[in-house]
Design a protein around this ligand. Structure first.
Ligand code: FAD
Length: 342
């Protein structure tokens, strides 16, 4: 059986992993240069940082078991030990409280998207392939239009895993006559900023790796270079470390893609204020804007959509939530449907 998967994010790569068998040939079509999607890592000339998903929160037993299996294979680790939260609405003179969570926290070793390569080792990956349309022809199957040209190959089944707003465009362009969910889903953006600090040993930064900030311009700060098996920051004359600041989603929507300068100043001023450190400690910055970061907090999950008879499946993290755990659930549900034909 030949299956085409659109999107090499966690849903697409996990799906290829779950379907990996001698009878199934999976091909993934990805619009960007590599795999990982919204859990991608940026390699800069001064070091790397996870600018998308930064940690994995695992809640359900099957996902905790799955993550534990990856820890046993040395592909993931439990991290961080302590999570802090700030409930105040100002960054100065903060008392950070320990955050007690019923979820188990993990990260992938070396970089967040490294595990995707592992999952798709037996899969054909076509990068720089933006799929704009798909079509079904009786007795032949599915065909994909990539970069405005119909791909020569035919597939028995096709799975769309891009963020819902992008998937919806493909469905509409393809005139699939699929029953779409009654409620639409509106998505929110996120500015994610990698920040390199020089000589942190002189700065008296508290022993903290992750802080959630409630109702502030930064929603999360993470000591990225302290994650397991991260390479040392490059071009350092002495000690240095890399932090990632994720700005509040509402603020990111207001700033938009053009608001890079403001986003960078919010992030740098914020980290310096929170830890009471001088701005000259910041030596390098990289900013990335995620236009479709996640469905808004009050949005309903859309579930998996399908045209089972023709072998068309549609799903992603948005089917069950807005996290790596929900991407896992989507991949598991679709693979089960394909394998059992139910
Ligand atoms: C800033 C940020 C921080 C986050 N933090 C966390 C966190 O700490 N923990 C957590 O669990 N989750 C977090 N998330 C959410 C997490 O990243 C996602 O839930 C997960 O990565 C979704 O995976 P996916 O495969 O469903 O979608 P995606 O990762 O979006 O993958 C879809 C893929 O499809 C590709 N694509 C899109 N359109 C096309 C097309 N037309 N043709 C071909 N390819 C296409 C995209 O390039 C992408 O690679 C965060 C997200 C962001 C943006």
């Amino acid at each position: 059986m030949k299956i085409a998967v659109i999107g090499a994010g966690f849903t697409g790569c996990l799906l290829a992993n779950f379907l990996d068998s001698p009878d199934i040939e999976v091909s993934i079509f990805e619009k960007s240069r590599g795999c990982g999607g919204r859990a991608s890592t940026k390699q800069t000339d001064w070091g790397q940082c996870d600018l998308g998903a930064s940690i994995v929160h695992a809640q359900k037993a099957d996902f905790i078991d799955f993550m534990q299996g990856l820890c046993d294979q040395k592909l993931a680790s439990k991290w961080p030990k302590n999570i802090f939260v700030s409930q105040h609405n100002t960054l100065t003179n903060q008392t950070l409280e320990n955050f007690i969570s019923e979820k188990v926290h993990y990260v992938f070793n070396s970089k967040m998207n490294a595990v995707c390569r592992h999952w798709i080792k037996n899969t054909k990956l076509y990068t720089n392939n933006l799929i704009s349309q798909i079509r079904y022809v009786d007795d032949k199957g599915w065909q994909l239009k990539s970069n405005e040209v119909w791909h020569a190959e035919w597939f028995d089944k096709v799975v769309l895993t891009a963020p819902w707003p992008q998937t919806q465009v493909i469905i509409e362009q393809s005139e699939l006559q699929m029953i779409l969910p009654e409620s639409s889903q509106s998505w929110t953006s996120c500015w994610s900023i990698g920040i390199k600090l020089e000589h942190p040993e002189k700065l008296d930064i508290p022993d903290i790796d992750l802080v959630y900030l409630k109702a502030q311009s930064i929603q999360m700060l993470i000591r990225d270079s302290a994650k397991p098996l991260r390479p040392l920051p490059l071009e350092s004359t002495g000690h240095s470390e890399i932090w990632v600041a994720q700005l509040d989603n509402k603020l990111s929507d207001e700033l938009g893609k053009q608001g890079k300068e403001k986003a960078v100043s919010v992030a740098t001023e914020g980290i310096c204020e929170l830890f009471n450190i001088p701005e000259k400690s910041v030596s390098n910055i990289y900013a990335h804007y995620w236009g479709f970061a996640k469905p808004g907090d009050d949005q309903k999950s859309l579930g998996i959509l399908s045209q089972q008879k023709r072998g068309l499946y549609v799903g992603g993290d948005w089917s069950f939530g807005a996290s790596i755990e929900s991407a896992f659930e989507a991949a598991l549900t679709i693979s089960h449907s394909i394998i059992t034909d139910e």
